[in-house]
Write a new protein. Structure first.
Length: 229
């Protein structure tokens, strides 16, 4: 693919579907975040493409050193390829679903994703739409769970921040709490599906995933919701 610092590749799987895959260049921590948040985001209600775990065989790599260094043999994260996609711009956002944009603003706040910024001066939205239908498509979560996440920056720079009201009302808070609770019901199952060849690259895998869960569980505190006001 032409875009992406994580060296995404467009591949055809043995089920004849096309997927955008990430692996070695993206980093195994990044791949874990992609898998977890794609599934959590889908459960949350966001329009995230179907994702799978696919196996990259050595025979696909042996004649290309770039493939070996950027992909490598083993399990890869695969996001189903969606045709007709266009990255959003500042003005185009006004034509897209308001409810989806607001949900995305809350979701990225929840998972501490500072990598979806867009203002009138530009940015890196990591947000797309289908040109034929204006359906929103959400991609890229490898930089979520940011330890240096700043709430004020999220409020000012996030691609969807101007569509969020000045404060969250009780009904909306209850609805988002329910979304988060429901999404987290699959957490243990998702952790169990993380491939072994990703786990071994994380020095303290159990500690790493426990820290991610702690971040997500912040939604049970009043302090978390104050950041959305």
């Amino acid at each position: 693919m032409k875009q992406g610092a994580t060296a995404p590749y467009l591949c055809t799987a043995d089920n004849q579907k096309k997927y955008v895959i990430k692996r070695q260049r993206a980093g195994f921590e990044g791949c874990i975040k992609e898998l977890l948040l794609a599934k959590l985001g889908q459960s949350f209600g966001l329009p995230i493409p179907d994702c799978q775990l696919v196996y990259i065989d050595q025979t696909l790599l042996e004649y290309n050193d770039k493939y070996k260094s950027e992909i490598g043999e083993g399990t890869a994260f695969a996001s189903e390829f969606i045709i007709d996609l266009q990255e959003v711009n500042y003005r185009k956002l006004e034509s897209l679903s308001l409810s989806v944009l607001r949900d995305l603003y809350v979701f990225d706040y929840w998972v501490r994703n500072a990598d979806r910024n867009l203002t009138e001066h530009g940015g890196n939205p990591n947000l797309f739409y289908k040109q034929s239908s204006l359906d929103v498509i959400v991609l890229d979560h490898n930089l979520a769970f940011d330890n240096e996440f700043i709430e004020k920056d999220h409020q000012q720079l996030h691609a969807c921040s101007r569509f969020w009201s000045a404060q969250i009302d009780f009904e909306s808070q209850q609805r988002y709490q329910e979304k988060m609770t429901n999404a987290l019901q699959c957490w243990d199952d998702l952790i169990g599906k993380i491939p072994c060849d990703w786990k071994v690259e994380i020095s303290d895998f159990d500690g790493f995933t426990s820290q991610l869960k702690l971040i997500l569980n912040r939604y049970t505190t009043n302090l978390f919701w104050e950041g959305l006001e």
